[in-house]
Write a new protein. Structure first.
Length: 244
């Protein structure tokens, strides 16, 4: 059974919704009968708004919330890596702090874990209805199809960031992505280790706050180059030029 869970999440300039998101996590996890205990580890990635102060206030009143802060913005993947390294429980749930993935999606993983007849080392969410922009959905779909071929996997949603993975496995991974491509990086690195996560349908809601067209285009360009890198890395691994 999964009795102890750590949440690991990056946060950057989320002052408008971070309080509601984290309090919702606490409310859900506190009342979840399946759990004996939990912790929430959030890395504030050099936010320039009031995100850090809000998180400090929550952590002060709840010792299950642990705040780590970077003095400057280093990217979502770097922040997530710090959060993961500071978790203490056997299972780690990866979450975005913008509230796109409702915490109750964890129910789907836990129910499947109980029904499973074999050992499961991790779950990956597959978004039913993606709420991202058309450009981001397009890039996610076709980059995922390509990476499934490269890694010989069959994920419906290769790039989903909502995952529950054994800490002993997740902490073996060295994330190379700096920004929002960390979910793709994790999925690919796990596949390199021969680990395929159980994929379960989850819900996604609209992100709170707008995303500029400039940032959407920048993310698309970054995805293209990062996926190209993963493909090239895979080729080098098969040629035994580099090692996992």
């Amino acid at each position: 059974m999964i009795r102890f869970i750590s949440i690991a999440a990056p946060a950057y300039n989320e002052e408008n919704n971070i309080k509601n998101v984290v309090l919702n996590w606490i409310s859900y996890l506190t009342t979840l009968q399946e759990l004996d205990d939990y912790e929430i580890v959030i890395c504030n990635d050099g936010s320039t708004d009031k995100t850090k102060q809000i998180l400090e206030s929550i952590a002060f009143s709840n010792n299950r919330v642990k705040l780590i802060s970077s003095s400057k913005n280093q990217g979502a993947a770097a922040a997530l890596s710090k959060a993961i390294k500071n978790t203490t429980y056997d299972w780690i749930l990866l979450l975005d702090s913008d509230g796109q993935f409702p915490i109750h999606n964890l129910n789907y993983f836990l129910k499947d874990f109980v029904r499973a007849k074999k050992e499961i080392v991790g779950f990956k969410g597959s978004r039913k209805n993606k709420k991202d922009s058309f450009l981001m959905r397009f890039g996610s779909k076709y980059s995922g199809m390509l990476l499934n071929i490269v890694y010989n996997t069959k994920y419906q949603d290769f790039n989903s960031a909502f995952m529950l993975v054994k800490a002993s496995i997740l902490k073996k991974i060295n994330l190379e992505a700096k920004g929002l491509n960390y979910s793709t990086d994790i999925t690919g690195k796990l596949a390199e280790l021969g680990i395929v996560l159980k994929e379960i349908e989850i819900e996604q809601i609209e992100r709170q706050g707008s995303v500029s067209t400039k940032n959407v285009f920048k993310s698309a360009v970054h995805r293209f180059f990062f996926v190209s890198y993963l493909i090239f890395r895979r080729i080098l691994l098969k040629m035994d030029i580099i090692k996992v």
